[in-house]
Design a protein around this ligand. Structure first.
Ligand code: GLU
Length: 418
């Protein structure tokens, strides 16, 4: 999807190394994923032709528990990209202290151009392709860009068919009817809203009346925008791949969600609501209290970082800020709440779903949301502690210190085999 997500992930690790207490040999091995599988997926298209798609699953690290991470359907997926994303999952699960490692999968495709039947075939064939390397105690996939509850249900069904019995805990983010948990769909966006509120408290600023711009209006961006506006913030701009809208007095997020559910995309909403159209480039440069990239990697480039006017960046997407941009923002004193904390809500509630599956018991939405909030608060506090105690240059480095030490310790205790 992007030129160098992997380069960015490795550079973030390297930047944290001098501040972290991690054995040199252990750090060396942490720079390499444990394994990556590449699969070819022949699918019969609706017109009768056969198209062969390319898919990947990278298992980055498992020192602390089973591999965990989503599956992405996007034309820009590559082996390097899933490796970077699997690395980020490793640091994310470690930072919020889930007993997991990190993984990521993806298929190079444009699901918006595929029918439901084609997407089902692709999902089942991909599941068959990776089924020998996943499993409830081994590697547990979940949704990511362009995948959701339906894809997870197909994955669970395919895996269960091969197993000969129902195996719900092979995947998280399932529909409630087949073992999903209350609160999973909203979890990532809820986590972004909760950590943004915490960040405002930390910066001693009022979220009530604060202006927010959200780039990306998929599962994460839409929930983030809705919850932040219910917390009193003014969401002044949002966008998706089709376009964006801007209203300095604040947008009606629920009305935008209604428009998208009726029209499929955001484009055209400006005429419906008498708001101004805005493109992604302008949205990133708006003068707002918080800018929340919630789409893809590397959107905050060096030049965007030089020109952006937000007082705070909250990374709802994975890897939205390049390493060069990070340096500019640090120089300009613009704090960045790092992705591995800001968007950890999704995998936290995935973990709660997996635990419920293994106990064959379901929790209430309240129980799920309370635990989500607790785990995020702990991660936030530990990141801040490292920021102060280790005098790291920014919050991302502090978050990496916590994560690297946790994963590093697990490697040291387990030892190097053979
Ligand atoms: N795809 C999400 C992420 O990037 C969730 C992963 C999961 O729940 O395993 O964090």
């Amino acid at each position: 999807m992007t030129d160098d997500a992997l380069g960015n992930m490795l550079a973030q690790m390297e930047a944290a190394e001098p501040y972290a207490d991690v054995d040199e040999g252990v750090f060396e091995r942490l720079k390499h994923p444990e394994r990556t599988l590449k699969v070819s997926l022949p699918i019969e298209r609706d017109d009768g032709s056969v198209e062969v798609y390319e898919g990947f699953r990278c298992q980055f690290d498992s020192a602390r528990g089973p591999y965990k991470g989503g599956i992405r359907y996007h034309p820009g997926v590559s082996m390097d990209e899933v490796t970077a994303l699997a690395g980020w999952m490793t640091w994310k699960t470690a930072l919020v202290d889930l007993p997991y490692g990190g993984a990521k999968g993806g298929v190079v495709c444009d699901p918006t151009e595929m029918s439901r039947r084609e997407r089902e075939s692709l999902t089942r064939r991909y599941t068959e392709g990776i089924r020998r390397m996943i499993g409830p105690d081994v590697d547990v996939p979940a949704p990511d860009i362009n995948t959701g509850q339906q894809e997870m249900a197909w994955l669970m069904d395919t895996y269960s068919m091969y197993g000969g019995y129902v195996i719900p805990d092979v995947v998280t983010g399932k529909p409630i009817e087949v073992g999903g948990t209350a609160g999973r769909v909203e979890a990532t966006g809820r986590g972004v809203a909760i950590t943004t509120r915490r960040m405002f408290e930390y910066l001693d600023r009022d979220l009530d009346g604060a202006t927010v711009a959200v780039q990306g209006f998929g599962n994460v961006g839409s929930v983030t925008a809705r919850l932040l506006s219910s917390m009193g913030a003014d969401v002044v701009a949002v966008s998706d791949v089709s376009g964006g809208v801007h209203d300095p007095d604040g947008l009606d997020v629920m009305d935008i969600e209604r428009y998208i559910s009726e029209n499929g995309v955001m484009a055209g909403y400006e005429d419906d609501a008498a708001a101004d159209a805005i493109d992604n480039d302008h949205l990133l440069r708006l003068d707002v209290d918080a800018l929340i990239p919630a789409a893809i990697e590397n959107v905050i480039t060096e030049s965007v970082a030089e020109e952006l006017r937000a007082d705070l960046v909250v990374e709802a997407a994975n890897g939205p800020t390049t390493v060069a941009a990070d340096a500019v923002l640090r120089e300009r004193d613009v704090p960045v709440l790092p992705d591995i904390l800001a968007n950890a809500g999704g995998v936290i509630v995935s973990y709660l779903e997996w635990v419920q599956n293994s106990q064959q018991y379901s929790w209430s939405l309240q129980e799920v949301n309370d635990d989500l909030e607790l785990k995020l608060a702990r991660g936030f506090d530990e990141m801040l502690d490292a920021y102060t105690a280790r005098e790291t240059p920014d919050l991302r480095t502090a978050a990496y210190v916590v994560a690297l030490e946790r994963v590093g310790k697990a490697h040291e205790i387990r030892g190097l085999f053979p």
